[in-house]
Design a protein around this ligand. Structure first.
Ligand code: IMP
Ligand code: MG
Length: 175
């Protein structure tokens, strides 16, 4: 698979673990009460989410979202299709969307519109990585692991053509 090679490690495993622990603490204090549903965006968030939920020290439930990929030219539609829709009702719950990386912000922007339609009590985004390249977001992520360089990053759930997700660190790849 692939054909690309790792260029350099950008965030190592111990650094990620420390930051995830801090995010868990921030999230725990941010939600003193109410029903919390942590919604992981598949596939990229699967490792981050698994580590993150173990650092959130208050009751919550976990579900996943799969959004359809969209090509160029659909950027103005403002729509995102949910391929897998969480079975649970979102109304009245605190919803925390967990995303691997925010690049243009299109995915999070569109998803936010769809989820806000369902009358959650609150909607926040937690992203492991934020490239801070895009236009202002509908929901600016409240919880961010690291500001990321503008390189293409892989590992810790992030892929290039489905390769490299399993790496315990985040790395850039060679062109
Ligand atoms: P956005 O919609 O442009 O913010 O892109 C977000 C999605 O694109 C993420 O959920 C990732 O799946 C993917 N993506 C963006 N940048 C990278 C990267 O550097 N490495 C791997 N996937 C990326
Ligand atoms: Mg991806």
């Amino acid at each position: 698979m692939g054909g690309r090679a790792i260029s350099e490690i950008v965030f190592d495993a111990p650094g990620i673990a420390r930051r995830v622990e801090e995010l868990g603490r921030e999230i725990t204090v941010h939600y003193p009460e109410g029903d919390l549903l942590v919604l992981g965006l598949l596939k990229g968030s699967f490792i981050f989410l698994a580590d993150l939920v173990r650092t959130i020290r208050r009751p919550h439930s976990v579900d996943f979202l799969v959004v359809s990929s969209y090509g160029e030219g659909t950027t103005s539609s403002g729509r995102v299709q949910l391929v897998y829709d969480p079975g649970t009702d979102l109304a009245g719950k605190h919803i925390l969307v967990v995303e691997d990386i925010i690049d243009s912000g299109n995915t999070v922007n569109r998803l936010a519109r769809v989820l806000l339609d369902r009358q959650p009590r609150s909607l926040e985004v937690c992203a492991l990585l934020h490239k801070r390249l895009g236009a202002p977001l509908v929901v600016e992520p409240r919880f961010v692991g690291f500001d990321a360089p503008p390189d293409f990053l892989v590992g810790y759930g992030l892929d290039h053509a489905e390769a490299f997700r399993h790496l315990p660190f985040v790395a850039s790849i060679k062109e």
